[in-house]
Ligand binder design. Structure first.
Ligand code: HEC
Ligand code: HEC
Length: 274
């Protein structure tokens, strides 16, 4: 209820769900940058939300380090929800239904920021995506097709050091060689020059739903992403030492795309017919 309630924003126009839509694996609905209160455009692509119980940090630059603090960032961000947590709590306490719900869940008579954050963390933690075709293969329920298996082999050679199984990220911060990145990334948090343009490695699950891609949503499609890794990696002092242009053939690109498709979890994204 809280996640989808615009009461969390200062003018009751924006909910968490405005930028994190279930049908898009809780990412934005295809926008590169999200729109917050007063039609303001944010600075980064809204990532999908799933399997966050395993995150070591949150945000593209790791600026938040605990799930229970996560909601404070968007609520108090001027471009996103423009509110103050104290005021949100005061508003919630004026809504009898929320008071009842918190009473039932936690046995408390008045809602506090601590229990609000507990409730949000419980919901965010419940967003688990583990029912893709890839997962069925791992469970021995079905095999990969020949093309998918070739793509999986390529993935293991070229992608798995950073996008590690089974969550398809190792949660490290890396520079994957994007051109013209004005956002300093991890360096915004650590202030260390060696962290310039490094971003948290995102998962490769549910990519069909979470387009566009990268911290600024610069690539609209997966073929564009593969062209980047194939030919367009830009060298710079912080470029990851593992990365060199990979020069995939058209067949290899098709194999990789076929494998990446096996990581979609249509049930998680509410895309299965009832
Ligand atoms: C206006 C759009 C917008 C709203 C509203 C919004 N978010 Fe986000 N969310 C983003 C963007 C953009 C990022 C990435 C920010 C960054 O990396 O600097 C993000 C990041 C996150 C992440 C980190 C995911 C990860 O894997 O690192 C979580 C979790 C999250 N938001 C939850 C929430 C919750 C909970 C709310 C409501 C309290 C919320 N968001 C409201 C746009 C939004
Ligand atoms: C050296 C580490 C590294 C390797 C190897 C690597 N990636 Fe990435 N990948 C990253 C980082 C870091 C990002 C985020 C960069 C950003 O947003 O600025 C990323 C982003 C992506 C995204 C965008 C996901 C999203 O949610 O926006 C896709 C898709 C992707 N990589 C696919 C691949 C594929 C396919 C391979 C192998 C061909 C690969 N990557 C190899 C580090 C790596």
């Amino acid at each position: 209820m809280l996640f989808f309630d615009p009461v969390l924003s200062v003018d009751s126009t924006i909910s968490c769900g405005s930028c994190h839509n279930k049908l898009f694996a809780y990412s934005d609905r295809g926008s590169s940058l999200s729109t917050g209160i007063n039609q303001q455009i944010g600075i980064r692509n809204s990532p999908p939300i799933f399997n966050v119980l395993w995150n070591k940090s949150f945000m593209w630059d790791g600026g938040v380090n605990h799930l229970e603090f996560m909601p404070l960032a968007p609520i108090e961000n001027e471009l996103e929800m423009g509110e103050k947590i104290k005021h949100v709590i005061a508003k919630l306490n004026r809504i009898p239904e929320y008071r009842n719900q918190f009473k039932q869940a936690y046995g408390i008579d008045s809602i506090t920021d601590k229990y609000f954050l507990f409730a949000m963390a419980q919901f965010l933690g419940s967003l688990i995506s583990a029912n893709s075709a890839y997962d069925s293969v791992q469970l021995g329920l079905k095999p990969f097709s020949v093309t998918e298996q070739s793509g999986y082999d390529l993935y293991k050679q070229k992608c798995a050091t950073c996008h590690a199984e089974p969550l398809f990220t190792d949660y490290s911060f890396r520079n994957n060689g994007l051109a013209n990145t004005s956002d300093s990334g991890r360096m915004r948090i650590t202030l260390l020059p060696e962290d310039r343009n490094k971003f948290k490695v995102p998962s490769l699950r549910n990519l069909d739903y979470s387009f566009p891609y990268m911290h600024d949503g610069r690539f609209k499609t997966l073929p564009e992403v593969l062209d980047h890794y194939s030919e367009n990696i830009i060298s710079s002092p912080t470029l990851d030492p593992e990365l060199k242009p990979m020069y995939f053939s058209e067949t290899e690109k098709e194999q990789l795309l076929a494998f990446l498709k096996t990581l979609n979890d249509p049930g998680f994204a509410g895309r299965l017919n009832p």
